[in-house]
Design a protein around this ligand. Structure first.
Ligand code: CMC
Length: 422
């Protein structure tokens, strides 16, 4: 069977045959047929916008791999910093490489005092931490001369390091501001997740990082580090394609993540479970979703038409966390919801399974994070993925500034009408 596709323009009879590679054929075939012909593909449902060697996702089979490594193995054996190195560099680091990387990230965790004293202090007292986080990412770039020097490999590396190292600091700072607690400076003796937990929770000297929660945080960071061309990563690439600096591009990506259909879903799940209130109310809630009165948050995915492999790992992690924190009372409602949905033809027929957000919120809540922080917790590790895609974009000779075309459906030319005649 030839691995080609032939497209015929019935208006002209012109035919073009192009290769199919990896299930994809180039849109240049359409251009060859007729340079003024476009493909209408809202939400990029059927469009591969780039070539990428970072993350492999098979939604039908529930497979997720970073640089070829199964997510299950990384979650069990790796650390977030090692995974960030893997995503950014293509291979797992040697011990010496990991030591340098860990040292460098650890020693870039501090942020300029003005970020806290002038910038963050300027927010309204009840500002949403994710709104603060998005703005802080963009503002961070203004502190570094080299931020815009994206043609220099050294400068790019420096900005990558800064962004990965400083996002936990910014995240914790946004939380501490929200609750009116003094800011904790980073502690370079702690691990990446341990330092984050310490900046979040330490009051005076009275805080020791719990190793189970530290590991759980690291696993959650690993699971959220990348997910190929999702809405946020696409925003990163689109903005990055204009050669904007990585801080501005990451702020755009974080803005995309803020939406309730994307990274905001874990917050929505906890709100939904709280509203359901009891296991007895689950059947009525399922019925209301089927009647179109809202969605079952934390279920369904554009790509996964099977159980999201991250959801499986998170569910196991949840039980480990609950051993330390005590069980989140919403867990029973979540388990009942999952059981009911997975047996219901509405969800089965549409291939709607739990996604990464279904159980993550329960863990975060049990660990003490307010729901407003959930998307920020997603954004910290995803920064590594965004930057890996940003680097890949800049090195990709096929890429130009992103600029889709449109299908114009507005009025034809008409004359301006004077105000008195309208
Ligand atoms: N609850 C009820 N029905 C749903 C749900 C849901 N969570 N998700 C999809 N459907 C239905 C939808 O109504 C439609 O039914 P019909 O064909 O009868 O109109 C069908 O399933 C297909 O849905 P869609 O909206 O065309 O699917 P999509 O690929 O555009 O949407 C999604 C994907 C994730 C936005 C959607 O499943 C959703 O809104 N889920 C809830 C929000 C959520 O959990 N988001 C987190 C996604 S994972 C983390 C991330 O990537 O950020």
């Amino acid at each position: 069977m030839p691995e080609t596709i032939t497209i015929t323009d019935d208006r002209t009879g012109k035919t073009v045959t192009v290769p199919i590679e990896g299930g994809v054929f180039p849109a240049s075939a359409i251009r060859e047929l007729d340079a003024s012909l476009y493909v209408y593909d809202p939400a990029y449902m059927q469009t591969a916008s780039c070539k990428s060697a970072i993350t492999y996702l098979d939604g039908g089979s529930g497979i997720l791999r970073y640089r070829g490594y199964p997510i299950e193995q990384l979650a069990e054996k790796s650390t977030f910093l090692e995974v960030a190195y893997l995503l950014l560099n293509g291979d797992l680091p040697t011990q010496a490489e990991l030591d340098v990387w860990t040292h460098d990230v650890t020693h870039h965790t501090f942020i300029h005092e003005n970020m806290r004293k002038r910038f963050v202090d300027g927010f309204h007292y009840d500002a949403h931490p994710m709104g603060m986080f998005v703005s802080a990412l963009a503002a961070l770039g203004t502190f570094y001369d080299g931020a815009k020097d994206i043609d220099s490999a050294d400068s790019r590396h420096k900005q990558v390091l800064r962004l990965i190292a400083k996002t936990p600091t910014i995240a914790a700072m946004c939380h501490r501001f929200s609750v009116g607690l003094p800011f904790n400076y980073p502690d370079n003796d702690l691990s990446f997740p341990g330092n984050f937990l310490s900046m979040m929770w330490k009051v005076g000297d009275d805080y020791a990082v719990d190793p189970v929660l530290e590991r759980a945080m690291d696993v959650l960071f690993i699971l959220h580090a990348d997910h190929e061309q999702n809405c946020g990563t696409t925003a990163m690439r689109v903005v990055g394609s204009s050669n904007a600096d990585p801080y501005s591009s990451a702020a755009a990506a974080a803005s995309a993540l803020y939406g309730p259909l994307h990274g905001g879903a874990n917050e929505a799940v906890v709100r939904m479970l709280t509203e359901i209130g009891s296991v007895d109310n689950v059947p009525a809630f399922i019925d209301s979703v089927k009647e179109g009165k809202g969605r079952l948050m934390g279920f369904g995915h554009r790509v996964y038409k099977n159980y999201d492999p991250r959801a499986r790992i998170i569910k196991d992690t949840a039980y480990e966390v609950f051993e330390v924190t005590g069980k989140n009372p919403l867990l029973d409602i979540a388990l009942k919801l999952e059981e009911a949905a997975l047996q219901d033809p509405y969800f089965v027929d549409r291939k709607l399974y739990p996604n990464v957000d279904f159980y993550s919120g329960l863990i975060y809540q049990a660990m003490g994070f307010p729901v407003e922080m959930f998307t920020v917790l997603f954004a910290i590790p995803r920064t590594a993925g965004w930057l890996a895609h940003w680097q890949e974009l800049l090195a990709d000779g096929d890429q130009k500034i992103s600029r889709p075309r449109q299908w114009y459906t507005g009025p034809n030319e008409r004359d301006y009408i004077a105000m008195s005649d309208r």
